[in-house]
Design a binder for this molecule. Structure first.
Ligand SMILES: NC(=O)c1ccc[n+]([C@@H]2O[C@H](COP(=O)([O-])OP(=O)(O)OC[C@H]3O[C@@H](n4cnc5c(N)ncnc54)[C@H](O)[C@@H]3O)[C@@H](O)[C@H]2O)c1
Length: 314
């Protein structure tokens, strides 16, 4: 990428890292710093913040602040501090978040709901609302959704609610801020090798299960998400607004049942399930193969009309 961020102020919420592993926020701070940015970094974990700033070469010019993004007063104070210190805010990466744990809904608690919703969703709202009046034309914001913000998965209802919520928030705010020349987009990472990814926490078996679903045959890295965020901040993405950019190496979420029948993991639309049922009932091998290609090539075919599939089968 040729774009540089010299003298641009980039604000990032999320700087923790455990051991040698890096989270997405830290990797993005390092990337932007290497491109000349002045940073305003926050995290609920002060130790992680200090480590990140050392990795960025230290320096007085960056601002660090430790607080919970779920608290609006703390977010207001951080934005005020950033304006007092740097005089401007050019780019915001709303990255602070809690990665999910698999729970049936009846096993979740008010505390779990509050933690995920207050961090993943309300934190993004708090920082954005506090910053809006200070942003000028050319500024941009990137939020973090997830693969679980664009497709559902059982036992992750609360995390999905927050990450689907980020998608709606991003698209609506892109319309609200666009006329002022300010862009908002979101990244939707798949399985990224960070210390709190639930599969990574689970260990080698968890990692193997994730990798098995990735067409590129490996987990993504925090650096690869950082490259995308830097691109979305840059002028090279100047016409991208309100987009949810998936970064997942190509994910297949469908399994194929024995006997050539197409099986669904129940995450598809009602029309998709009906189409699959018709294919199987009709027992037409060539049509099933055709539909498998569609399934394999795209996750976003929920608008395929049932009538069309029925017509093709006639
Ligand atoms: N790793 C993945 O596979 C993946 C996939 C999709 C989306 N994401 C999202 O990317 C973002 C970064 O995740 P990561 O994998 O780098 O994990 P991470 O745990 O390294 O980063 C999350 C950061 O958020 C901070 N944080 C948590 N609660 C906070 C709060 N209340 N206030 C302020 N900071 C808080 C943590 O201290 C941590 O530094 C999250 O929003 C996560 O949901 C991650």
């Amino acid at each position: 990428m040729s774009h540089r961020f010299d003298n641009k102020v980039c604000l990032i919420t999320d700087q923790q890292a455990l051991g040698a592993a890096s989270g997405i926020g830290r990797a993005t701070a390092q990337k932007l710093c290497s491109l000349g940015a002045i940073l305003a970094l926050s995290d609920i974990n002060g130790e992680g913040l200090s480590e990140t700033i050392q990795l960025c070469g230290g320096g007085e010019k960056h601002l660090l602040s430790t607080f919970d993004v779920g608290l609006s007063e703390a977010c207001n104070a951080f934005i005020k501090q950033a304006m007092e210190r740097h005089g401007r805010i050019d780019h915001i990466f709303n990255c602070a978040g809690v990665n999910p744990t698999a729970y049936a809904l009846e096993d979740t608690t008010d505390e779990y709901w509050d933690k995920l919703v207050n961090t993943n969703l309300k934190g993004t709202y708090n920082i954005t609302r506090a910053a809006i009046t200070h942003l000028k034309a050319g500024a941009s914001i990137v939020n973090v959704s997830s693969i679980l913000g664009v497709t559902a998965s059982q036992n992750y209802a609360i995390y999905c609610a927050t990450k689907f919520g980020i998608v709606g928030f991003t698209k609506a705010m892109a319309l609200e801020l666009g006329p002022r020349g300010i862009r908002m987009n979101a990244v939707a990472p798949g399985y990224i090798d960070t210390p709190t990814n639930s599969g990574v926490v689970e260990g080698p078996e968890g990692v193997k299960a994730m990798v098995a679903k990735v067409a590129l045959g490996r987990l993504g890295t925090a650096d690869e998400v950082a490259d995308l965020v830097a691109f979305l901040f840059s002028d090279e993405s100047r016409y991208i607004n309100g987009s949810i950019v998936e970064i997942n190496g190509g994910i297949t979420r469908r399994s194929r049942a024995a006997g050539g029948q197409v099986a669904s993991d129940n995450t598809g639309s009602e029309s998709e399930r009906q189409i699959i049922a018709i294919m199987n009932l009709a027992n037409l091998p060539s049509m099933r193969s055709f539909y498998k290609v569609i399934l394999a090539s795209s996750r976003d075919y929920s608008d395929v009309p049932l009538q069309f599939a029925a017509h093709v089968l006639m």
